[in-house]
Design a protein around this ligand. Structure first.
Ligand code: CP
Ligand code: NVA
Length: 303
């Protein structure tokens, strides 16, 4: 494993091993022990967008493993690809540090970094995908259900970066994903076809959220307005009416259904406050598991 840019780049076995390693490192750290396998190593963390979970969990994971994270705001380096080409940033950082993680608008920025860097590059969210999130989500689902195979995850909302990475996680890890979105906001057909090419019929799409949750083990949602789409906020909020994950929608799902959200959550829009805070919500386990998955990922890529 050289870079971590997309779930579809890895085999099911590689992904399952990473989940297994996340579980064992989680247990190790919960028991108060440490694995200082990244002592003396540095990770450059480049961000074009805000972040609470990704930034802090990567920073803590790196420190936990004995290494040093270096947080870089876009303005610190004059913008990624603005003061100098992305390919030059990749080659310069390769001379200083042992890994790069990047959160960018354009997906091509992370692929360009990976092309020119001779150190591992991690996708920490782009407009196209959020693979670290989907792997932490799979870890969380497996902890709550004891398995992933055969489970149905219903994603209600925007067919966005988070939905796309979940589709590939579902395909690789044996889950079914139903995506329920308003017309015009569906997950793109190419991504669905690609996921279904890996595991036939693992991803389906509908415009009917109630029908979509009828057999759900998990209901998952994300913001209707992703970072960079702020100008479309009012339009999107109008067009997503009827897609809130609220108690009415949850009542249409099986009683055992778990509620997930990658956060940040906009209560009263894609999810109601009572559902966020309900006993079925595993949202904060999900947020915690970003740390546990990323420790395993950093150890795999950088030690
Ligand atoms: N879920 C997630 O990636 O959160 P941040 O944007 O806070 O990193
Ligand atoms: N879809 C959201 C995810 C935030 C973690 C965004 O890209 O802003």
């Amino acid at each position: 494993m050289e870079d971590f840019l997309a779930i579809s780049d890895f085999s099911s076995d590689e992904l399952k091993t990473l989940l297994e390693e996340s579980r064992s490192l989680k247990a190790l750290y919960k028991s108060g022990q440490r694995d200082l396998c990244l002592a003396g190593k540095n990770l450059a963390m480049l961000f074009e967008k805000p972040s609470l979970r990704t930034r802090i969990s990567f920073q803590v994971a790196m420190t936990d493993l004995g290494g040093s994270p270096i947080y870089v705001k876009p303005e610190d380096i004059g913008g990624i690809g603005k003061r100098e080409p992305v390919k030059d940033i990749a080659r310069v950082l390769s001379r200083y540090v042992d890994g790069i993680m990047a959160r960018t608008f354009e997906h091509s920025t992370v692929t360009e970094l990976a092309k020119y860097a001779d150190i591992p590059v991690i996708n920490a969210l782009t407009d196209w995908s959020h693979p670290c999130q989907a792997m932490a989500d799979a870890l969380t689902i497996s902890e709550h259900f004891g398995q992933l195979e055969g489970l149905t995850v219903t994603y209600v909302g925007d067919g966005n970066n988070v939905a796309r990475s979940l589709a590939f996680a579902a395909a690789k890890l044996g889950m079914k994903l139903i995506v329920a979105s308003p017309a015009g906001y569906e997950l793109d057909v190419e991504s669905i076809q690609e996921a279904n090419g890996l595991a036939p019929d693992c991803v389906t799409q509908t415009n009917d959220p109630k029908a979509a949750v009828a057999g759900a083990d998990v209901i998952y949602t994300d913001t209707w307005v992703s970072m960079g789409q702020e100008d479309e906020k009012e339009k999107r909020r109008r067009e997503f009416a009827g897609f809130e994950v609220n108690s009415d929608l949850v009542a249409a799902a099986p009683e055992h259904v778990k509620i997930m959200h990658c956060l940040p959550a906009y209560r009263g829009f894609e999810i109601s406050d009572d559902v966020t805070e309900s006993p079925n919500s595993i949202i904060f386990d999900q947020a915690e598991n970003r740390l546990h998955f990323q420790r395993a990922l950093l150890r795999k890529l950088m030690s």
